[in-house]
Ligand binder design. Structure first.
Ligand SMILES: Cc1cc2nc3c(=O)[nH]c(=O)nc-3n(C[C@H](O)[C@H](O)[C@H](O)COP(=O)(O)O)c2cc1C
Length: 134
């Protein structure tokens, strides 16, 4: 399996309804395709982690890349995994989750996860386990 994380720039006119519609479609398709992950939105950038079978990850990413509700998609992390971090989540999204210290904006501006972002990224990954049900 693969775990891929990207950042992108949201359409400036994106609404709460758009975000809700993205999540409905994402969760429906991801259940079908055995993909899991999490989405973060800071009012300007998206960060999304997607995990699952290699070829389905890349198929899904190319659909997402063409979505006009965002642009400038840059992969910041891609790795082979044995175990999922967000295994319970077709697409976890919690609007209360804040990316502290403007970390998401920095990752999006730099196009990569720097050493100073490592801890915050580890906290993000830990979300999937902390929120695990049952
Ligand atoms: C930031 C962002 C994240 C998205 N995440 C997913 C996703 O995880 N899975 C997915 O199938 N579609 C996702 N989408 C939506 C796709 O771009 C596309 O609209 C959708 O897959 C089309 O589904 P449909 O053919 O069933 O209508 C995302 C879109 C955006 C803008």
């Amino acid at each position: 399996m693969l775990s891929v994380t990207y950042v992108s720039v949201a359409d400036p006119l994106i609404s709460d309804e758009d975000i809700a519609a993205i999540l409905v479609a994402a969760r429906r398709n991801n259940i079908r395709d055995e993909l899991t992950g999490a989405l973060v939105y800071n009012g300007h950038n998206f960060l999304q982690l997607l995990e699952g079978p290699d070829e389905r990850i890349d198929a899904c990413l190319s659909v997402i890349r063409d979505d006009p509700r965002h642009n400038g998609m840059v992969e910041v992390r891609r790795r082979a995994i044995e175990t999922r971090d967000f295994g319970e989540w077709a697409m976890l999204y919690d609007p209360r989750f804040e990316w502290r210290d403007d970390g998401l904006a920095r990752i999006a501006a730099n196009g990569r996860i720097d050493a100073q972002d490592d801890r915050i990224f580890a906290n993000f990954i830990a979300l999937g386990r902390r929120l695990r049900v049952g």
